[in-house]
Design a protein around this ligand. Sequence first.
Ligand code: ADP
Length: 193
Amino acid sequence: MKYRSILLFGAPGAGKGTQGKILGVIPNFFHCACGDVFRNLRPESKLGKIFVEYSGRGQLVPDEPTIELWRDFIQNTTQIGRFHPETDTLVLDGIPRNVAQAKILRNTLNVVAVFYMKSSDEKKLIARIQRRAIKENRLDDANLSIIRDRLHVYENETKPVLKFYGRKLVHNINADQPPAKVLADILRFATKR
Ligand code: ADP
């Protein structure tokens, strides 16, 4: 069985986490932010160390451990009854993050929509990321050169994922709007069955 999924897609700071959290409290949606799964690891664990190493440089964690961690998370949340694959739509945020991950997950995900949260203003993105760094104590958001590295990784590695899924699935969402408007735009499509 493939998981019915919608993807929240966009640059760091575009507001994927904000929207994902809201969608995740609506019955029949289950939000999974890959970055949060990583941040919940114990920093001294093997994978925790790998995460700190890569994210601290603004880079992606290698695909194999990433996918394994994600599969474990989905399995565990299913087992404890938080995620109900038969009835829930997965709201994925931060995964797949490159084309290789999209290919690995090809037989696992039934992607019904990709919400491309587009911000025209890089300065705004950077300001949001820096605000979040203080609030959430995030290493990878702490300095400007790491933020720039993360934006480059997004352009070079993550953005090609849009092409992988193709035009029919991708919905452009103006991420410069207030969060409630962004949510309204997402829901207009996400509630279609
Ligand atoms: P943002 O919300 O700013 O896009 P995330 O919280 O999603 O950031 O991710 C933070 C960091 O966690 C990434 O820079 C990366 O190092 C790691 N990470 C998260 N998801 C993935 C993934 N699917 N593949 C590889 N690395 C990931």
